[in-house]
Structures are given as structure tokens and as C-alpha cells.
Design a protein around this ligand. Structure first.
Ligand SMILES: Nc1ncnc2c1ncn2[C@@H]1O[C@H](COP(=O)(O)OP(=O)(O)OP(=O)(O)O)[C@@H](O)[C@H]1O
Length: 240
């Protein structure tokens, strides 16, 4: 098994006329759950798009499962959930997943498995446009779980979910990691940070920290991730 599922070195991205990522570097260890945290607009989605191979104007090195990001062989090995639901509103949950399973060449037994994994069994036969926001995002997550991807990249998967569902989803993320998958989960909710094995803190297109939650808190001398984030920003400003 590869030590790192993702290796980024000096990754820079230009969007429009502006450089929005400025030389970011980090590794994601195989079988870990990493949180990608930072304020709105700091570049989380751009970094995610670079990893899944969808972002234009990327320089530097992005290697995913030992291959350059975007390599055709990575298709089917990465599950990506965007902030927008990626399922069809006029199909039921089951119909959506049967369709995506057929596209991926995943067996039909997979459909029941992923519906159970995201706890949508009671809504399997409901049209997606009649689901709540949280249920829709779980349907998108189920689609990303088809075919047992080695890397799961989830852009704000817990937005709009109640605390019980959020806890259940984080338990699912850790179960998947325990089975060998690598997860990158973005959030701008700092209280989710403690649920991660490792944290990447971003601000203004730069990585402020790449550490375990415990070491980050210890280094900042606080018990609160939000406070640690502010301390790092102040230290950085002081160092300029
Ligand atoms: N299509 C685009 N053209 C030009 N600039 C863009 C484009 N999309 C995003 N940007 C800019 O790139 C920067 C990073 O955006 P990105 O979507 O990666 O941030 P984010 O951290 O994911 O934000 P959020 O948490 O709100 O989703 C922002 O300053 C944004 O204005």
C-alpha cells in the first residue's frame, strides 16, 4: 500500500486573472481523514478541484494514488462530492444510484450497500427533488461511495445536517478510512476539526498549518481550534 494517497508540492492556481493558490504543499497519508478548513473564499474548492483533476491553470506537482492528478486511470478510484447535489431530481434515490452504478460498472448489490451507508434506506424510493437538503447531500455522497473509491474528496458534506447525522457521517468517514480509503473533507465549521486525524488550515490561498488537531492546539496554547486559527494568523502577521 502506498504511504501517501495524495502528494502536493508547490501547487499554484490562477483563476481569472488572479493567483488564488500560492505554492501549497502537503501529503495525505493513506487511510487518514484530513480536514481542509478555512474561511469562505480561501481556496478550499480550488485545491480540491486540483486534486480531482478538474482545475485549469495548475502549476506545481499534484500526485494522486501515485499518478498525476487527472490521469485517466484515476477515473473510478476517486469519489468527489461537490457542494451542489450531483443527483437527478426527477429520479428516486435508488434510480439515481442504479444509473451511476451502471455508468461505473459497479454491481447492483452496491446500490443497497451505499444507501445503507448514508442511512437513506427509508427514502430509497423517494424522488430526489422531494428530499431535504441534508438528504440530497447524503444521496450525492452515496453516489460517490459506489465502486469503493480509494480517495474520497468531500466539499462541505455536513452543511445543513443536524448534529446526530453529522456525528453518524463522521463515524462513516472513519469507518471508510479504517477500511483503507483516504478522505479529504472540507469545512468552514471549525468544530468539526477535532473529528479529523489531521488538519490543513488555509487562508488567502496559503496553508497556515498542517498538523494533528492535538499538536495544533498545543502549538497555539489553546483548547479551541477557532482560537488556534486566529493565533496562527496573528503570528504570521507578526512575522511579516
Ligand atoms: N471561476 C472563477 N474565476 C475567477 N476566480 C474565481 C473563480 N471561482 C472562484 N474564484 C476565486 O478563487 C478564490 C478561491 O475560491 P474557492 O471557491 O476555492 O474558495 P473556498 O475556500 O472553497 O470558498 P467557500 O468555502 O466559500 O466554498 C476566491 O477568491 C474566488 O473569488
Amino acid at each position: 500500500m502506498m504511504k501517501n494517497a495524495v502528494e502536493c508540492r508547490d501547487v499554484t492556481v490562477v483563476r481569472g486573472e488572479r493567483e488564488v493558490l500560492h505554492g501549497v504543499g502537503f501529503d495525505l497519508a493513506t487511510g487518514s481523514v484530513t480536514g481542509l478548513l478555512g474561511p469562505s473564499g480561501c481556496g478550499k474548492t480550488t485545491l480540491i478541484r486540483a486534486i480531482v483533476g478538474l482545475q485549469a491553470k495548475v502549476t506545481g506537482d499534484v500526485r494522486v494514488l501515485g499518478l498525476p492528478a487527472g490521469a485517466p486511470k484515476l477515473r473510478g478510484r476517486i469519489g468527489y462530492v461537490t457542494q451542489e447535489p450531483s443527483v437527478y431530481g426527477d429520479l428516486t434515490v435508488t434510480e439515481n444510484l442504479r444509473f451511476f452504478a451502471a455508468v461505473l460498472g459497479a454491481g447492483s448489490a452496491e446500490v443497497g450497500r451505499v444507501i445503507d451507508a448514508v442511512d437513506l434506506g427509508s427514502h430509497a424510493d423517494v424522488r430526489v427533488d422531494r428530499l431535504s437538503g441534508g438528504q440530497k447531500s447524503r444521496a450525492s455522497l452515496a453516489a460517490a461511495l459506489l465502486g469503493d473509491p480509494d480517495l474520497l474528496v468531500l466539499d462541505e458534506p455536513t452543511v445543513g445536517l443536524d448534529p446526530v447525522l453529522r456525528r453518524d457521517l463522521w463515524q462513516l468517514f472513519h469507518r471508510l478510512a479504517g477500511d483503507g480509503a483516504t478522505l479529504l473533507v472540507s469545512s468552514h465549521v471549525m468544530d468539526e476539526a477535532s473529528r479529523c486525524d489531521r488538519l490543513l488550515l488555509m487562508r488567502d490561498g496559503e496553508l497556515l498549518a498542517d498538523d494533528t488537531p492535538a499538536d495544533l492546539l498545543a502549538a497555539a496554547g489553546t483548547a479551541d481550534i477557532e482560537q488556534a486559527f486566529l493565533t496562527l494568523i496573528d503570528r504570521k502577521a507578526g512575522a511579516r
